[in-house]
Design a protein around this ligand. Sequence first.
Ligand code: ACM
Length: 371
Amino acid sequence: MTRSWRFGLLCSQTGVTASVENTQLNASLLAIEQLNEAGGVAGRLIEPVIHDPASNPRQFAAVAERMLAREQIRLIFGCYMSSTRKALLPLVEAYRGLLFYPTLYEGFEYSRHCIYTGAAPNQNSMQLASYLFATYGKRLLLVGSNYIYPYESNRIMTELVHQAGGVVLDEIYVPLTPHRSDFDTAITRIGRTRPDVIFSTVVGEGTAMFYEAYHKAGFDAASMPIASLTTSEAEVAEMSAGAARGHITASPFFDILPHRSAVDFVASYRARFGSAAPVPAAAEAAYFQVILAARAIARVGSDDPALIQAALPDHEIEAPQGFVRIDRDNNHCFLWPRVGRLGGNGSFEIVWESDGQVKPDPYRVTQTLDG
Ligand code: ACM
């Protein structure tokens, strides 16, 4: 074979969101290994180039610049926190590269140099809100990590609560890298106000601290759950089963989905990375976006970002979550919204799922919960 395709994998192996970003790194590598075992793409193997940006926006920007300016990389895969994506995108744009971003986020963004394969708010927040309002009630208390995604995601949830005639009782932020005691205020205010649901936009290491503190305070998840978009299998693996039980997450993928493409993906991931390895939606998107990129390279015979960006839309592939494709209108992905509840053994059970793919609407042009 001749020269390889160089894919830049930019996933934190250390720092506050390392546990979930390591699953994104693993899943990207799994997809690359499977493609290479099948003969590579358009006559060449894919070579992963890996750096650890340590959950730090400045390091994301520095490493991205190194990849684009000095390491002959045009396609970058990764980023979890929106603060890291926002730090890196101006560089990707300046060097005319292409970022594949495999994480749910707050929406209200478009770049010709970014392909968004995680859920936009109309593919997770809206479905979660409908489920919560119908099942538990419309009095919410919001707890988040102190950075852009939680602020924006809470703004959207607040709009949904108000549209439904509900009330937001409180909005509390903890440091991104918290200590256990940083959750004391949230626990006290939850005890005082007794909301119907807590909406958590806490990310990374703080997630297990928050759920453990909630459990220790004796709150009952069956009547007053924590609901989240960022508490995935990766964060649940860091908490006790008792602390996890009864809480709710909305996501396009859960590792217990029963259909063939999901079962095969989870089995391959665990065969490669450990039989008990958590396999969250962030990993699933990291996996299928590598395949989407490879299919586009095969079609155009180049990794030129402009050609890839033009070739990506409208080509459907069977991802672990179901069939997915990039929307020509906005570079985001058609996805399958689902809502899961954590059972006694620390794994999710599906309590609601969409009966079809949902078109991404990152600017929430459609405003109503039944739209
Ligand atoms: C996120 O920061 N997009 C989870």
